[in-house]
Design a binder for this molecule. Structure first.
Ligand code: FES
Ligand code: FES
Length: 209
C-alpha cells in the first residue's frame, strides 16, 4: 500500500504593499508573511538595516516606525502600510550626518559596525522619547519627567541593542554627547524651560502639596 503523501502547502500569493521609508514610497509585491526586515533588505534594497538573530533578541534590525523604535524582524511588512518608517539610511539629511551619527564617529562608538544601524535608530528614538518625558525602569520617580539622561538611563534604554564587539562604553558616551549637544543648542537658542503640563496638574505631584 503506498504511503500517504503529506499535503502540499499552497503558496500564498504576493499582494501589492506600499511602504513609506525615509520619505520615499516603495511599491512592493510581498507575500503577507514577509517581515518588515526582509521587505526592507530584500525587496526595497535598503541593506543598512541588519539581520542578526532574526528573533527579537539583538536589536540589529531596529527601525523607527511612526516615531517608535521597533524590531523589524518581529513584525510583518503589511502591518506598516501608511506608516512613516525611518531606517539608518534616512538619518542623515541632504548628505549631512545627524548629530548622533557625528558623535558616534567622534566617540569611536563602533568596531565592526554590524550593530551600528540598529544602535543609531534606537538611540535616535531614545533621545526623542526622553525629550517627551518618557520614564524608564531606572527613573527614580516615574511620576515626574526624568530630568537627567544619565548613563544608567542610557544603558537601560539601550538594553535591547546588543554589540558583540563590546563598544558599549563608547556608545553610551556618544548618546550622552548628542543629548548634551541638543540641550546646549536649545539653551543657546533661548528655548524656554519646558513645563510638563501633565505633571504640573497631577494631584499626586508632591510639589503641589
Ligand atoms: S535581527 Fe531583529 S532583533 Fe535581532
Ligand atoms: S560594533 Fe561590532 S557588533 Fe557592535
Amino acid at each position: 500500500m503506498p504511503a500517504a503523501q503529506a499535503p502540499v502547502a499552497q503558496p500564498v500569493p504576493a499582494r501589492p504593499v506600499e511602504l513609506n521609508v525615509n520619505g520615499r514610497t516603495y511599491s512592493l509585491q510581498l507575500e503577507p508573511r514577509v517581515t518588515l526586515l526582509d521587505a526592507l533588505r530584500e525587496y526595497a534594497g535598503l541593506m543598512g538595516t541588519k539581520k542578526g538573530c532574526d528573533r527579537g533578541q539583538c536589536g540589529a534590525c531596529t527601525v523607527i516606525a511612526n516615531g517608535r523604535r521597533i524590531n523589524s524582524c518581529l513584525t510583518l511588512a503589511v502591518m506598516h502600510e501608511g506608516e512613516t518608517i525611518t531606517t539608518v539610511e534616512g538619518l542623515a539629511s541632504n548628505g549631512v550626518l545627524s548629530p548622533l551619527q557625528r558623535t558616534f564617529i567622534e566617540h569611536d562608538a563602533f568596531q565592526c559596525g554590524y550593530c551600528t544601524p540598529g544602535q543609531l535608530c534606537s538611540a535616535t528614538a531614545l533621545l526623542e522619547e526622553f525629550r517627551n518625558g518618557a520614564a524608564s525602569v531606572v527613573t527614580a520617580d516615574v511620576r515626574r519627567r526624568p530630568t537627567q539622561l544619565s548613563d544608567d538611563e542610557i544603558r537601560e534604554r539601550m538594553s535591547g541593542n546588543l554589540c558583540r564587539c563590546g563598544a558599549y562604553a563608547n556608545i553610551v558616551a556618544a548618546i550622552s554627547a548628542a543629548h548634551q549637544g541638543h540641550a546646549a543648542n536649545a539653551s543657546a537658542a533661548g528655548a524656554a524651560p519646558h513645563v510638563d503640563q501633565g505633571q504640573r496638574d497631577r494631584p499626586d505631584n508632591p510639589d503641589q502639596a
